[in-house]
Design a binder for this molecule. Sequence first.
Ligand SMILES: [Zn+2]
Ligand SMILES: [Zn+2]
Length: 391
Amino acid sequence: MPSPAPGDSASTTDRKFPCPSCGAKLDFDPTRRALACPYCGTAQPIVEAEGEVRERDWDEYWRNAEAAEATIAGRSSEVQCRACAAVVLLEDKLVTDKCPYCGDDLENKPVSAHSMIVPEGILPFKVDQKKAVAAFRAWVESRWFAPSDLKKMANLGQLNGIYVPYWTFDSQTATHYTGERGDNYQETETYTEMETTTSTDAQGQTTTSTRPVTKTRTVTKTRWSHARGYVEHPFDDVLICASKSIPVGLIQQLEPWDLPSLEPFQAPFLAGFQTERYSIGLKEGFEKARAIMDGHIRVLCCQDIGGDHQRLHSVNTDHHQISFKHNLHPVWYAPYRYREKVYQIAVNARTGEVVGTRPYSYWKPFLIVLAVLGTIGAIAGIAALVGAVMK
Ligand SMILES: [Zn+2]
Ligand SMILES: [Zn+2]
């Protein structure tokens, strides 16, 4: 039997988190690790939930998938962005919102949140917006080719705090493979080369003659032999981002995530932040994880074959004891448009690391090249002048 979904317990089913002093909505404050009131300053620290972050058994989940799904407390509705297809889980009573990924207005009507695999684990926001904006500014400043408009934008500090969905997969793998092992050996071979010699006789007459000469050299060759074998490998926490709205190349740059710090999910961590519903489902996520594992298994098979070279003909892997987790990772994110193109900035809200795509300002390096050419020209001119005077 699947245990009750985290975040669904009686204590957290309240639709939002009201301030006990003034009734305003409490938001999660990363610096204090507390639900804090922006008006009266009341803060309620969030204590880490007891127990380990649970991993779900794959087979058990699929035996009764629907019953194992639920909704997240405090996120009773969801809305899909028409532009980038992200499904944003809305905070209760918040009706309209901008898409945190592409900045478009969420024009679709919010609908009741569909049940889903609720998160098992969470990395709570640790870097607050102020620090994220500072990191973002420093990043822009260090980019010499960034256009000045981008620097202006950095000053606006428009960063969205999003919990991005991730899957992790564990699997015990057993692989039978067939292939070939290549062992190098040295061989001495003879070859013929034309050699030209020049000789001078007693009369000072020079003669040049060309004749074939037989030589030897050592060459490396490879002897191939049939190979087959069996490799077992346990995979732990193969990480797959379950969002389709952040470019893959960008989100991967935010790694590594401090997965050992993952803690059991609690809904109050989401208060005041956007949360995306995974758009890469469990099966698709596992396919992606399997591709990563396959690549690693092929390397292990080659190591098992040994020798100097390896070829793999067939690799058949069985996966056992697959388990998975749905986790939320904190990201500060800013989509921005520059001359009709969309770029993104993302900050890992655990480490403060900034990654981004940006337009290049071509005139800046161009002007510098011009300046350098101008200087060279001036020096050449002066040199020519000095040369003329010296004559
Ligand atoms: Zn208050
Ligand atoms: Zn969008």
